[in-house]
Design a protein around this ligand. Structure first.
Ligand SMILES: CC(C)(COP(=O)(O)OP(=O)(O)OC[C@H]1O[C@@H](n2cnc3c(N)ncnc32)[C@H](O)[C@@H]1OP(=O)(O)O)[C@@H](O)C(=O)NCCC(=O)NCCS
Length: 144
C-alpha cells in the first residue's frame, strides 16, 4: 500500500535520486536545489510524493500560472509500477489544481518515451497535434 503526501524541500535529495535513476527523465539546471525550493514555495502543496513506508517510490511536480496547470517529473520507481501509483499521483494533483480553479493542465512528453505516451492516453489526456512548443534560452547554458 502507498500513501500520497505533499513534497517539501526536505525531500529534494530523495526525489532527485529517483529522477536520476530513471531512464528517459530529463534532469536540467532548472532542477537545482534553489530552483526547486522556489518552485515549491510558489506552488505550495501541488507537488506530491508516493511513499511506501519511509521510501519515496513516486513523485509528480505541478504548478500553475493562474490559468493553466503544468505537470512535470512524474516518475514511479520500476519495482512499484503498474500498481496505479502514477494514476493516483496525477489524480491528486488535478484535484488540488481544480480546488484552485485550474481545470486544464498540460504536460510535455519526450517523443521517444512511448510508455509515457501510453500512460497519458490511458488517462484520457488529449495529444495536441495542433501546436508546436518553442523555447528560448536567455543567458543560460544548453542544460538550462
Ligand atoms: C509512466 C509511469 C509514470 C507510469 O507509472 P505507473 O505507476 O506504472 O502507472 P499506473 O500503474 O498508474 O498505470 C495506469 C495505467 O496506465 C497505462 N500504463 C502505464 N504504464 C504503461 C506502460 N509502460 N505501457 C502501457 N500502458 C501503461 C496502463 O493502462 C495502466 O493501467 P493497467 O496497469 O491497469 O494496465 C512510469 O512508467 C514511469 O515512471 N516511467 C518513467 C518516467 C516517465 O516516463 N515519466 C513520464 C514522463 S511524462
Amino acid at each position: 500500500m502507498f500513501s500520497i503526501v505533499p513534497m517539501t524541500i526536505d525531500d529534494y535529495d530523495s526525489v532527485m535520486d529517483l529522477l536520476r535513476k530513471t531512464p528517459g527523465v530529463t534532469f536540467r539546471d532548472a532542477d537545482s536545489y534553489e530552483n526547486t525550493r522556489r518552485y515549491l514555495e510558489r506552488n505550495p502543496e501541488l507537488s506530491l510524493l508516493a511513499k511506501v513506508g519511509d521510501e519515496t517510490v513516486g513523485c509528480i511536480m505541478s504548478g500553475h500560472d493562474g490559468r493553466r496547470g503544468y505537470l512535470q517529473h512524474l516518475v514511479v520507481a520500476p519495482m512499484h509500477r503498474r500498481k496505479g501509483i502514477a494514476n493516483a499521483l496525477v489524480e491528486a494533483c488535478l484535484a488540488r489544481l481544480a480546488s484552485l480553479g485550474i481545470t486544464k493542465s498540460h504536460i510535455d512528453v519526450i517523443r521517444t518515451n512511448l510508455d509515457a505516451q501510453k500512460f497519458w492516453e490511458k488517462q484520457g489526456w488529449n495529444l495536441r497535434e495542433d501546436i508546436y512548443r518553442y523555447s528560448f534560452i536567455r543567458n543560460g547554458g544548453p542544460d538550462s
